[in-house]
Design a protein around this ligand. Structure first.
Ligand SMILES: *Cc1c(COP(=O)(O)O)cnc(C)c1O
Length: 427
């Protein structure tokens, strides 16, 4: 029985969500729109199969075809990123990071990562997260200007001797210098984990340098700029000067430890429908058009940043080199929470975000975070970014003036009507 016949409540909710996605401007930088092909693979019968283990070494029968699908995803990822080893089974980015910690650390070991409130991620050692609770977590912040502070990282590393250093961010608008992070890690003999969750699509397009050959392990979500289904990958590759099995610290090589950390360490059966969809998304990312997509994401972000700074908005670090920007709304007499709310009423979805050295609270911070990956997928370019910048300004100024916000929402709808999402789709 079709969903629309069997469960109208769920079908209607999905139709409403589809309309929300179609009619709004999705500017949360960690979101994107997958292609119909990815969606089809994700909704496929691969979800019916149990296949604990890895291709060729499963704990269940009947896995030959699933093996083919998982190998396809792994081979495409190896080609795309130029790595020797890929694990595509982590259910999401958090699980991928937890698996790396499980692989390389013992409980109580010291790890160092960027504080969430300066742009890091909760799995980088936030006290209330697994990573901050089961390990001794040291947190670095940023310079006054919001830039990665390698001097502070080096000083903290020297003082605390972390076994693992995590570099990567959820709200960092600039290029990450992996080599500098490597130098800090080497100064204390630490492993370096590059968490490229937000930027892996830009690494593919060449708009952000790759940590391959520099970091010991690389994680990424598959659903952000990479534009695949919700999921994650853990990648590793050897380097003549940096073997995957540093004899002094490891009994096994990193790929073996990572695979074992996923199962039996933290997960059971892989989500095979997700793996199939990752394989499809990676085929798309290998197409020349994906490079154009990545370039356009950055062009759009820069256009929006220019527009906003031109209207007096205060951007953390003064602008952007990648797909996102963090706007400090203090000088506009509003907060991140209020800004998020007003923009949502105007049909523009963003999220409130702390700014470096946040004077307010994480629940009502000073900033908002804006990104261009999803709008770029819809085909929008610099011209639309200028218009959207003007609407953002109007909505922020309107504060809680419902009429003004509703008027912007109508204009937003006219724009989004010109960039259809999933034409013909209905649940
Ligand atoms: C999104 C993100 C994650 C977590 O991914 P989930 O799929 O939400 O678990 C981890 N690290 C970074 C840097 C991220 O941006």
């Amino acid at each position: 029985m079709l969903l629309s016949e069997y469960d109208k409540i769920t079908a209607n909710a999905l139709n409403e969500e589809l309309a929300r996605q179609q009619e709004g401007l999705e500017m949360i930088p960690s979101e994107n729109f997958v292609s119909p092909a990815v969606l089809e693979a994700l909704g496929s019968i691969a979800t019916n199969k149990y296949s604990e283990g890895y291709p060729g070494m499963r704990y269940y029968g009947g896995c030959e075809i699933i093996d083919r699908i998982e190998n396809l995803a792994r081979d495409r990822a190896k080609e795309l990123f130029g790595v020797d080893h890929v694990n595509v089974q982590a259910a999401s980015g958090c699980a991928a990071n937890i698996a790396v910690m499980f692989a390389l650390l013992e409980p109580g070991d010291t790890l160092m990562g960027m504080n969430l409130f300066y742009g890091g991620h909760m799995t980088h050692g936030l006290k209330v997260n697994f990573s901050g609770r089961y390990y001794n977590s040291v947190q670095y912040t940023s310079t006054k200007d919001g830039l990665l502070d390698f001097q502070q990282m080096a000083d903290l590393a020297e003082e605390h001797k972390p076994k693992l250093i995590i570099v990567g961010a959820t709200a960092y608008p600039r290029i990450i210098d992996w080599q500098k992070a490597r130098e800090v890690a080497d100064s204390v003999g630490a492993f370096l984990l590059a968490d490229t969750s937000h930027i892996s699509g830009l690494i593919v397009s060449g708009d952000h340098p790759s940590p391959v050959g520099i970091a010991d392990v690389i994680t990424t979500t598959t659903h952000k700029t990479l534009r695949g289904p919700r999921g994650a990958m853990i990648m590793a590759n050897g380097n003549p000067s940096r073997p995957l099995k540093p004899a002094k610290v490891l009994k096994e090589n990193i790929p073996t430890l990572v695979d074992r950390a996923i199962i039996p360490g933290i997960q059971g059966g892989p989500h095979n429908h997700q793996t199939a969809a990752i394989a499809v998304a990676l085929k798309e990312a290998l197409e020349p058009g994906f490079k154009e997509y990545g370039h356009q994401i950055v062009l759009n972000a820069k256009a929006l940043a220019t527009e906003l700074t031109g209207m007096g908005y205060d951007l953390v670090t003064g602008g952007t080199d990648n797909h996102l920007m963090v706007v400090d709304l203090t000088n506009k007499n509003t907060s991140g929470k209020q800004g998020e709310w007003a923009l949502e009423r105007a049909g523009i979805t963003v999220n409130k975000n702390t700014v470096p050295f946040e004077p307010r609270t994480p629940y009502d911070p000073s900033g908002i975070r804006l990104g261009t990956p999803a709008l770029t997928t819809r085909g929008m370019k610099e011209e639309e970014m200028k218009q959207i910048g003007a609407w953002i300004n109007e909505a922020i100024k309107a504060q809680d003036n419902d009429e003004a916000l509703e008027a912007i929402r109508k204009e937003v709808k006219l724009l989004t009507d010109r960039f259809p999402l999933y034409p013909g789709l209905k649940y």
